[in-house]
Design a protein around this ligand. Structure first.
Ligand code: CMP
Length: 139
């Protein structure tokens, strides 16, 4: 089925000038960009986005990292988009990511892993709505 998913190009990748490279991998995979913007999250916004991880030991560092610089958030659409984008990103830990994936190519470590993608249909809906109004999904 045609699905929407949510993507973040994270601060480590934006800082290293990798926005275009990562977007090219996304569009080359057949995913379509429905909406996109560059933002610099504040602490409350990052904490809310990652609320599911708030009990994890890495939560504080994760939030500090996600507000350390601008990110590019996008809504992607395509056949099987959620799983397709997860495969394209590769494993959370870049050291374990398959060759040809975004994280294998550009990720630095398990935190600075260059990209985020929704992990299922419910989170995709929530995450897209967290950053985009319907009228911003213009693609
Ligand atoms: P993401 O897919 O955005 O989901 C949660 C993020 O927490 C993850 O990518 C990493 O950036 C970060 N993170 C840091 N340490 C860990 C860890 N030990 N396990 C999972 N995620 C981690």
């Amino acid at each position: 089925a045609i699905e929407k998913t949510f993507s973040i190009i994270k601060p480590d990748a934006v800082k290293r000038g990798l926005i275009a490279e990562i977007l090219k991998m996304i569009t080359d995979s057949g995913l379509k960009i429905k909406g996109m913007k560059m933002i610099h999250m504040d602490r409350a916004q990052a904490e809310g986005f990652y609320a599911v991880h708030k009990e994890r030991p890495f939560f504080g560092e994760l939030v500090d990292y996600m507000i350390s610089g601008p990110v590019v958030v996008s809504c992607l659409e395509g056949e099987n988009a959620i799983e397709k984008y997860r495969v394209l990103m590769g494993a959370t830990n870049p050291a374990q990511a398959a060759p040809g994936t975004i994280r294998a190519a550009y990720g630095l470590d398990i935190q600075n892993n260059s990209c985020h993608g929704s992990d299922g249909p419910d989170t995709a809906k929530t995450e897209v709505a967290y950053f985009f109004n319907d009228d911003e999904l213009v693609g």
